[in-house]
Design a protein around this ligand. Structure first.
Ligand code: PAF
Length: 278
């Protein structure tokens, strides 16, 4: 496995791989790898000849009072896990911004859900992902459904800016007790970690109700919100129902409906979601 820290060198390697007609699969990450990331690698390996993983904690997608400095980092551990999973190249840049004056802004679908409470987040994500696409030059890139709004934003950016890249979607990977796997889970204390399963439990409650024919979404969301409010130390950021991938507020089930929530446990912000009608 190769570790590449320099942007121009990564671009040269990508050019050479493309000349050799190799399919480049890309897994962008912010590191602190977990089984969710390793699943992205598995999917990339199935569909490509060479898997490039980037590890970069991107400052522009964090707001001023967010957890950029507290975001977990451990390159040696990541290197070992990536190697074991069969990653071919880790792109591990020190810095990605010199005097950047150019940002990529995907409009409308970034207004609700995480975009409402983190107004500059998706601008940071779209900008770094465009930069990474231009450096790694992949044929396909794998993203996880846990970040459902991020997936919608990247797909729209790919379409609107004509990136010749296929987005491959990986399902949400969960712990045994149902908690969606996330790098941030390590920052939860023992009590909060136990209580954090309320996110998936509330989603499963809604799913059961819908399956039983109760499609009054407004009422179901109110009941799910109550479940969060009754959980010790949990502070609801949002609980929303939107059309997918348009991220438009709706009150009735659509062809594809995204039910998504974000909850704080202390300073740790967790998200989870479910798509109905896939
Ligand atoms: O999903 C993430 O880990 C990040 O948002 C990404 C796509 C690597 C961009 O920094």
């Amino acid at each position: 496995m190769q570790i590449v820290k320099n942007i121009e060198r990564m671009q040269k390697i990508a050019d050479k791989l493309r000349e050799e007609k190799k399919i480049i699969g890309f897994v962008p990450t912010m590191g602190y790898l977990h089984s969710g990331h390793l699943n992205l690698v598995k999917l990339a390996k199935e569909k490509s000849d060479i898997v490039v993983m980037s590890i970069y904690v991107n400052p522009t997608q964090f707001g001023p009072n967010e957890d950029f400095s507290k975001y977990p980092r451990n390159f040696e551990r990541d290197e070992k896990l990536a190697k074991e999973e069969g990653v071919d190249i880790i792109f591990y840049p020190e810095s990605m911004y010199k005097d950047n004056l150019t940002f990529v802004n995907v409009e409308n679908i970034t207004k609700l859900l995480c975009g409402e409470s983190r107004p500059t987040h998706f601008r940071g994500v779209a900008t770094i992902v465009s930069k990474l696409f231009n450096i790694v030059k992949p044929h396909l890139a794998v993203f996880g459904q846990k970040d459902a709004q991020q997936v919608a934003v990247i797909q729209k950016m790919i379409d609107d800016l004509n990136f010749d890249i296929k987005l491959v979607l990986s399902p949400i990977i969960r712990e045994k007790d149902g908690l969606a796997i996330s790098s941030r889970n390590v920052n939860l204390n023992e009590k909060d970690r136990k209580n954090a399963t309320i996110l998936v439990e509330s989603l499963r409650f809604i799913k059961r109700q819908i399956d039983e024919g109760n499609t009054n979404l407004k009422e179901l969301i109110e009941q799910a919100k109550k479940m969060i409010e009754l959980t010790p130390n949990a502070k609801l950021d949002y609980y929303s129902v939107v059309s997918y991938p348009e991220i438009r507020k709706i009150d009735k089930l659509e062809k594809k409906t995204l039910i998504a929530l974000a909850v704080y446990f202390g300073k740790v912000r967790l998200i989870d979601n479910m798509i109905i009608g896939e």
